[in-house]
Design a protein around this ligand. Structure first.
Ligand code: ZN
Length: 241
């Protein structure tokens, strides 16, 4: 399938810790792990100019889009957000990683502030699977330990997830709904909290497996329709505001 990875390039990724975690760059790491699973992957850089490389042609060919952003959420234009959200509602799968919880895109699709507690101590996160039958957890155990991660905790201002797959736990006692599926329109999206840029979380075999599982799970099951028309009456629906 065609996967597009939109990954921010920020100064923290070029710090000694960031380079140690991802010498090749986090975006390249994500691209490679998805290519190893048989996908054709396009990597788009996001920065202070937004995500200018995400062209209409790339968007039109995308089955699943991964989104990692942190510093430059505000630089992504509302016009682009609207186009991507519209395709997501028509069935394109989306995977939101780590601080993409605060992206305009996720807030638009979920309709809440998506705010949460955070603490950057590089501590253990234990991700407990709370739905062992879920396809995203296929081949994985009861929990995944991430040795060093940024704490993201409740209260996490999201709607009740349609499917809750993982709950993260931290030594400070915090917990987070860290692996959640939401259904919007004809599409599915998955939010996954691990992945701070100075910790090599996306190098962990279990996390790589989980992300490939998630990619397959949110992928459209049929070709995307050209519009949001109702299946039954064929009348165009109201565009997303
Ligand atoms: Zn972070």
């Amino acid at each position: 399938m065609n996967v597009t990875v939109v990954c921010e390039d920020n100064a923290s990724m070029h710090s000694p810790e960031g380079i140690k975690a991802y010498p090749e760059g986090m975006g390249v790491c994500l691209r490679q792990l998805l290519e190893e699973d048989g996908n054709a992957v396009t990597l788009v850089r996001a920065d202070e100019n937004g995500a200018e490389g995400l062209t209409d042609d790339i968007l039109a060919a995308t089955d699943v889009m991964f989104w990692w952003g942190h510093w430059y959420h505000g630089a992504v234009s509302d016009e682009l957000i609207a186009k991507v959200a519209e395709r997501a509602l028509r069935g394109m799968g989306m995977v939101f990683l780590h601080s993409a919880h605060d992206s305009k895109m996720l807030k638009k699709l979920l309709g809440t502030s998506c705010s949460l507690k955070w603490r950057e101590d590089g501590e253990l996160e234990r991700l407990w699977c709370v739905d062992m039958s879920h396809p995203i957890a296929r081949g994985l155990g009861e929990f995944i330990d991430i040795p060093r991660e940024e704490m993201y905790g409740e209260p996490f201002d999201i709607p009740a997830p349609d499917e809750l797959v993982y709950v993260g736990w931290f030594r400070g006692g915090e917990v987070l709904r860290g692996g959640c599926v939401f259904r919007r329109g004809r599409g599915k999206l998955f939010y996954f909290n691990p992945g701070h840029e100075t910790y090599p979380t996306y190098k962990l075999p279990a996390v790589r497996r989980l992300l490939c599982n998630a990619c397959g799970y949110v992928a459209p099951q049929a070709p995307l329709r050209p519009d949001l028309a109702c299946r039954h009456c064929e009348e165009p629906s109201i565009p997303l505001q």
